[in-house]
Design a protein around this ligand. Structure first.
Ligand SMILES: *Cc1c(COP(=O)(O)O)cnc(C)c1O
Length: 435
């Protein structure tokens, strides 16, 4: 059975459907493992954010954090939905340019941007660079002078809040590899330096406190701390920010235990907090930027696998093995992420017991799901794992020399391949024989 919080249906054949397309047929056509996205879910996720800001009548940018799932087709869809875009590398920027994403709506992140990355971004007229550290400021200053260019800049700061699953802790030492420290003078020093460079348009502050958040508490706390700093800069230097970027990290549902926020209410809550704080320090409401990644792509994607070998250890557990694993979904091995799934060809059949789903890599830790209730499983059944749309394909790798799977987009009853499956030739194309 499909838990009702996974936005997929069963068709008349008793098969799982995505975007009105039978995924068992997709598995036959394109092979497995296969990433399948229901594009209408991606669009709805974008609209939850974009539309709510529009309804509230506030200036805003909703930047899709493309690291969650970056391909040309995906970036085309989010562009159609009026989103901006976050990139954190030259490769992500290159993909965005290939997708025809308007460069003025692209923001560059990263804690170690190279001279080459910054140069490419500035030469293309990037919308904004989110500056992370003093070394980067130096590089940007050098490039702007050499190229005689200007650039918009936000400053990433560490507000000293950490999300600890369901709690937020204020960390005294603000121990993070990202951003300028808000309380020890570094942010002030960076502020003066950025403000003193006439080629740099310093627009405001950025913070991102964590991922898979289920509450607004931490975000509101961060906003408060940013406004304290802005109040100081306003009084001391007359600075009025154009932009306040509160980052991303909005949680999605992987399993029954997860209780994600409603994105429209999240937007309303953040907006009223920002408006209130701005008024309280006597500045106009800045343009509000947020950066959802997982919340846009996560629940729209699923991964299809073919079941192969099975083994029962009496009194312990039953294993089923599938034709993918940590190569196409690293998250269970990387941080014990938990997923749910169904047999796509037997969705309406009653569960017969629980199985453990193993990948096929040479690692005991290559387990996709430890405890999944399923109908009676047979070799060649198609297993669909839900909520793999974010940090699945984007973290895929070639361990054990598995080619990366294909990606299919389905919408309104039509499916289209948007990424080809890697071939064995792809695996050796950069290898050079040693003579
Ligand atoms: C990763 C990241 C995001 C997106 O995080 P999600 O959990 O996918 O929403 C947004 N902003 C920054 C700076 C990030 O590093």
């Amino acid at each position: 059975m499909i838990p009702d919080y996974h936005p997929f249906n069963v068709n008349k054949a008793g098969h799982l459907e995505a975007g009105g397309v039978d995924v068992v047929e997709l598995a036959e056509t394109y092979g497995t493992p296969l990433y399948v996205y229901d594009v209408s879910i991606i669009r709805n996720n974008c609209r939850d954010f974009v539309r709510t800001f529009r309804e509230l009548g506030v200036r805003a940018q909703v930047a899709y954090a493309s690291k969650a799932f970056s391909t040309v087709a995906m970036l085309q869809v989010v562009n159609q939905e009026g989103m901006s875009l976050d990139v954190v590398s030259q490769g992500e920027l290159y993909t965005a340019l290939q997708a025809g994403f308007p460069v003025s709506k692209i923001h560059l992140h990263g804690n170690n941007k190279s001279l080459e990355e910054l140069t490419m971004a500035i030469e293309h007229g990037i919308g904004c660079i989110v500056v992370d550290n003093f070394y980067e400021i130096e590089l940007i200053e050098r490039i702007l002078q050499e190229k005689n260019k200007t650039v918009n800049v936000l400053m990433r700061v560490t507000p000293g809040i950490e999300s600890n699953t369901h709690h937020y802790i204020m960390t005294g030492n603000e121990d993070s590899k990202f951003g300028f420290n808000l309380s020890n003078g570094q942010a002030d020093q960076a502020f003066l330096r950025l403000r003193n460079n006439s080629s740099i348009q310093f627009k405001g502050l950025h913070s991102h406190i964590g991922s898979q958040l289920f509450e607004t508490e931490g975000l509101l706390l961060a906003a408060e701390l940013l406004f304290q700093k802005l109040d100081h800069w306003h009084i001391e230097y007359g600075f009025v920010p154009d932009v306040l970027n509160l980052g991303g990290g909005f949680g999605i549902r992987y399993t029954a235990e997860d209780e994600p926020l409603s994105y429209p209410s999240l937007v309303r809550e953040l907006t009223s907090a920002v408006k209130e704080q701005a008024a309280s320090i006597g500045i106009p409401t800045p343009e509000i930027w947020i950066e959802p990644g997982r919340a846009i792509a996560g629940n729209a994607g699923l991964t299809l696998y073919t079941v192969g070998s099975m083994k029962e250890i009496p009194g312990v557990r039953s294993y089923i093995s599938v034709d993918g694993g940590m190569t196409d979904n690293l998250r269970p091995a990387l941080y014990q992420a938990v997923y749910e799934g169904v047999l796509a060809n037997k969705v309406s059949q009653p569960d017969a017991g629980s199985v453990a789903v193993a990948g096929k890599c040479c690692e005991s830790g290559d387990m996709l799901i430890w405890d999944l209730p399923l109908p009676e499983v047979k070799p060649n059944d198609i297993l669909a794992v839900f909520s793999t749309g974010a940090y699945g394909y984007s973290m895929a790798n070639n361990y054990n020399r598995f080619p990366k799977p294909a990606v299919v987009f389905a919408e309104n009853g039509t499916a289209q391949q948007v990424v080809k499956r890697e071939t064995y030739h792809d695996l050796v194309k950069n290898d050079i024989s040693y003579e």
